[in-house]
Design a protein. Structure first.
Length: 196
């Protein structure tokens, strides 16, 4: 997952990174972009767990991420205009973004109900108002709620503070080489099942 996210961040055109709407919406856009990148990496990484990850193999591609990022930018730009910075940020249509990303872009390839539900749950955790307002206090692995994490290792999977593309890539590089199954929304015992 870590390498997938770093590759995606490193292939992001600098012009796109600077293309956010007004200054007040640039940071929320970048945080949403990072969360979308994390989502894409998790969606691709679940294949590693075979039938525990998805009920059948799916091939999510960089194009799925790219179209989702372009749509995210378009939706954020629609919020520019009158009002305070907080009002403009509050106008970002996150529920619409969740639907477009999980049901149309990625969900168009998903053929099983339970797999589709996983995609929707994951995107709801990652692309929400905390993403645009809470910065690094937001736990990206929040859909496991930490109940399977007695050592607190999932706490490392946090939204980084806003910054450059390189800053986000360095944050991803600081995560463990071996991802915990809980990051993918899979029970911790899934790793042991794979080794048998």
């Amino acid at each position: 997952m870590r390498l997938n996210a770093i590759k995606t961040l490193n292939s992001t055109p600098p012009d796109f990174w600077k293309a956010g709407a007004g200054q007040d919406l640039l940071i929320p856009f970048r945080q949403l972009y990072f969360a979308l990148t994390f989502y894409h990496a998790v969606m691709c990484g679940r294949d590693r767990f075979t039938s525990l990850g998805w009920s059948r193999p799916y091939e999510f591609s960089p194009a799925d991420h790219r179209i989702s990022a372009l749509q995210t930018l378009s939706l954020v730009r629609l919020c520019d205009g009158d009002g305070t910075a907080e009002e403009r940020i509050d106008r970002i249509p996150l529920r619409l973004l969740d639907y477009v990303v999980s049901q149309l872009n990625y969900g168009g390839q998903i053929s099983r109900y339970h797999d589709n539900r996983v995609s929707l749950d994951l995107v709801e955790v990652l692309l929400n108002e905390q993403t645009t307002t809470k910065g690094e206090s937001f736990n990206l692995a929040g859909f496991s709620e930490g109940e399977l994490d007695p050592d607190g290792d999932l706490e490392r999977y946090k939204m980084p503070s806003p910054g450059s593309l390189d800053h986000y890539a360095r944050h991803m590089a600081s995560l463990p080489d071996q991802d915990m199954p809980e990051v993918f929304g899979i029970h911790e015992n899934a790793q042991a099942a794979l080794m048998q």
